[in-house]
Design a protein around this ligand. Structure first.
Ligand code: GLN
Length: 532
């Protein structure tokens, strides 16, 4: 079968959940036995979101091959178990960078470089790039932003051309919004009509429309949209607000979204797959009774900033038949006086990742509280580093211990910059990024959590590391290194075996937790939170 290309665009407003829809489409096509990949095109000029503040962009998701990407790739992986790569995340910045490099090399032989055809050709190349490396039945391309944005125009032009070239091998899906006006007591389809007109004005006729809505839409509304927008009625589906994003795939399947895609591409529709394991997960989700309260100690009071950690905790809780109640606790506001008030009612504490010194003292106080009150605690990346600093200050007695990121002059730099990082001048893409192997210490709690595996691989995103010259002192005092990088000897995991569950990982386990395969460390942590 030829590779089929699905383009997902959004109209009317942003934040409609194009990422969830794209991930759901991937999931449904996989359930039919197709090999699928999902990629994101972001119209901003940054080369990648690695240098963006989480307030701008939410979490930065890292692929196994070390690309810092949009958090939508996290949805793709969680919904499908696909392992994305640097080819799955492209920005306008990367497109221009590639074109300008070609121009400097002389590849264009004296021509004037223009948005059309040079930028659009580069976009087309990137859309097809994944399928050049590996066979895919379906390549889903989600285009960031909203129709009408100046930035997304070259992407729309590239899609228009590809649809013309590919014929039935290309499908255009447009996600819009149907608001309900309380004063009028009516749903309004006009914004959708305008959005589709705008798309048509760029030469793209959508094949399928997905209407985001807060309440159920009657068939009359769908009919109206179909006839105004030149779309078959069976190709207009609604995506109403649901209690959980994980219900979206089955809701889409019920309305025949996957069947509509197959019909459009000329593929036989066949039986509707039962999605047995997905339904089994949803049954668990619906059956989850009871709650587990977990504190997220971090500095960004924004849901999206710790997206993958939140999802990983929620998924692990569901597998333990409870719902995770996540409480954001601002590390900037934690003091020795108020820490008990903020954390004592929590079943567990996650000390979150981050950069820079703001809020780190609060993370240290939270780590100390968890350690001295034997509360389950999970430190991730900077969170692990702050656990280490706390231990050095209060157990080893190095009062000024710190990470050299926070205090370059400290005598006790228990977390320090790696030698090879010291000469790095550029910020973007220069951290220790992507998956690295890690050997686990037999008999440790971590080893047990990973089901007895001795070698694991997890994804990183940091510049600083545990300073091995202190390793002996830490181990003698009870904080053990239970995970080590086999090539460099870098400490990847610390654990205090004497406590109930006190583990810090230099890597980010949250990037690898998926709906059908929740991460073992999150499973083990939530289990500890639930045990007395
Ligand atoms: N700021 C720390 C470092 O660069 C931790 C990074 C993180 O938490 N992702 O090492």
């Amino acid at each position: 079968m030829n590779t089929k290309y699905i383009f997902v665009t959004g109209g009317v407003v942003s934040s409609l959940g194009k990422g969830i829809i794209s991930a759901s489409i991937g999931n449904l096509l996989q359930a039919r036995g197709f090999k699928v990949t999902i990629q994101k095109f972001d119209p901003y000029i940054n080369i990648d979101p690695g240098t963006l503040n989480p307030y701008e962009h939410g979490e930065c998701y890292v692929t196994a091959d070390g690309m810092e990407t949009d958090l939508d790739l996290g949805h793709y992986e969680r919904f499908t178990d696909i392992r994305t790569t640097r080819r799955n995340s492209i920005t306008t910045g990367r497109i221009y960078q590639a074109v300008i490099e070609k121009e400097r090399r002389g590849d264009y032989l004296g021509r004037t470089i223009q948005v059309v055809p040079h930028i659009t050709d580069e976009i087309k190349l990137r859309i097809k790039e994944n399928a050049r490396h590996e066979h895919f039945d379906f390549v889903i391309s989600e285009i960031g932003g909203t129709i009408g944005d100046i930035e997304s125009a070259p992407f729309m032009e590239a899609i228009r051309q590809l649809r013309w070239e590919m014929g039935r091998d290309a499908v255009s899906i447009h996600l819009t919004y149907v608001p309900y006006l309380h004063a009028a007591g009516e749903f309004k389809t006009k914004p959708t009509q305008h959005s589709v007109k705008e798309l048509q004005g760029m030469g793209i006729q959508p094949d399928i429309l997905i209407l985001r809505t807060e309440h159920h839409l009657e068939e009359g509304i769908l009919r109206k949209v179909a006839s105004f927008c030149n779309v078959d009625l069976e190709c207009v589906v609604q995506s109403e607000d649901l209690p959980s994003i994980y219900e979206v795939p089955v809701n889409m399947q019920r309305q025949g979204l996957d069947a509509a895609i197959l019909r459009k591409t000329g593929e036989p529709v066949g039986e509707t797959p039962p999605m047995t394991s997905w339904h089994a997960f949803l049954d668990k989700l619906h059956g989850a009774a009871g709650e587990v309260d977990i504190a997220l100690v971090g500095k960004y009071d924004l849901q999206d900033a710790y997206k993958s950690i939140r999802e990983s905790l929620s998924l692990a809780a569901i597998y333990h038949n409870v719902k995770a109640r996540l409480h954001f606790v601002s590390s900037e506001e934690i003091t020795r006086q108020n820490v008990a008030g903020k954390l004592c009612a929590m079943a567990g504490i996650v000390v979150c990742p981050g950069f820079g010194s703001r809020g780190t003292e609060g993370k240290i106080i939270a780590a100390e509280y968890a350690r001295t009150h034997n509360q389950p605690a999970f430190g991730i990346c900077l969170g692990m580093q702050m656990m280490v600093v706390e231990f050095a200050r209060h157990v080893l007695g190095f009062g000024d211990a710190n990470s050299s990121e926070m205090d370059a002059a400290t005598k006790h730099n228990v977390i320090d910059m790696m030698e090879e990082q010291k000469s790095v001048r550029q910020m973007g893409g220069t951290m220790r990024l992507g998956a690295y192997d890690c050997m686990l210490e037999a008999g440790s709690r971590t080893h047990e959590a990973y089901g007895g595996a001795t070698k694991i691989s997890e994804r990183h995103r940091h510049r600083y590391e545990f300073n091995n010259s202190y390793l002996k002192a830490f181990e003698a005092a009870g904080m053990k290194c239970v995970g080590t990088n086999p090539e460099t000897g870098l400490v990847e995991i610390v654990e205090i075996p004497a406590l109930k569950w006190y583990i810090g990982t230099q890597f980010h386990p949250e990037y690898c937790s998926t709906v059908l395969h929740p991460h073992p460390l999150f499973m083990s942590f939530v289990k500890a939170c639930l045990s007395d």
